[in-house]
Design a protein around this ligand. Sequence first.
Ligand SMILES: C[S@@+](CC[C@H](N)C(=O)[O-])C[C@H]1O[C@@H](n2cnc3c(N)ncnc32)[C@H](O)[C@@H]1O
Length: 241
Amino acid sequence: MSNLDKLIVGPGWPVTYNADGLATVHNADFRADSKFAEAYRLGSATLTAFAGVDLRWRFYVCCWAAYQAKLNGGDFVECGVNTGALSRAVMHYIDFDSMLDRTFYLLDTYDGVPLEQISHAERERGIADYNRHYPDCYAAACSTFAPFKNAKIIRGRVPDTLVQIDPRKISYVSIDMNVVEPELAAGEFLWPRMMTGAIMVLDDYGWRPHIAQKTAWDEFARARGQMILALPTGQGLLLKQ
Ligand SMILES: C[S@@+](CC[C@H](N)C(=O)[O-])C[C@H]1O[C@@H](n2cnc3c(N)ncnc32)[C@H](O)[C@@H]1O
């Protein structure tokens, strides 16, 4: 190990996290927080395809974003919910059931990516194959969110279903639909409805098969004078300022 390496990574420093495409020696104490641990347990219990994979840092980012959005006021939106893992965790973390003046809009086909929305380049990267991980999960999602009177499940194809969102102010957006077309359409629709300080978490932003989404979202942000923060979890963070 060179002297420079010793300064950056001390000798014997243990790796604190090595999962989900991210390895680090940095502090990962958020995992010991009992509120977060229970949020993660509840969310990850809904997972099917990714069951057993340690996704905690990704969930933590969403919990943090939701916490800030709770302070900001406004409604919550997720496009690409599947069984509801991320949103279920977020709802527990911020006690969304007690935020009765706020609505959590949960949009998904609940049975996979519409094939006509997958571009040729995305097909070549294998995105069409993802649908084998997305069998019909509508009943499971309804059951997951049944305890939340202020959760609104909207089934159908984004962008067609976006008009069913009726918020004057949105403070939290999670986008996780795996392909460019519906994600950018959701961005165009939601951005003008997002409050100043609102946070958008882009789940696929840094993942190699999803480079088309990164390129499209970078252009989306640039056109609005904004910049996306690339996180080591693979997520992208876009603030509306
Ligand atoms: C990676 S999963 C979402 C995972 C979810 N965020 C979680 O917490 O587990 C992607 C989801 O996007 C949905 N999806 C993809 N394209 C869509 C579209 N145009 N309209 C609605 N849902 C879509 C799929 O049905 C699938 O459930």
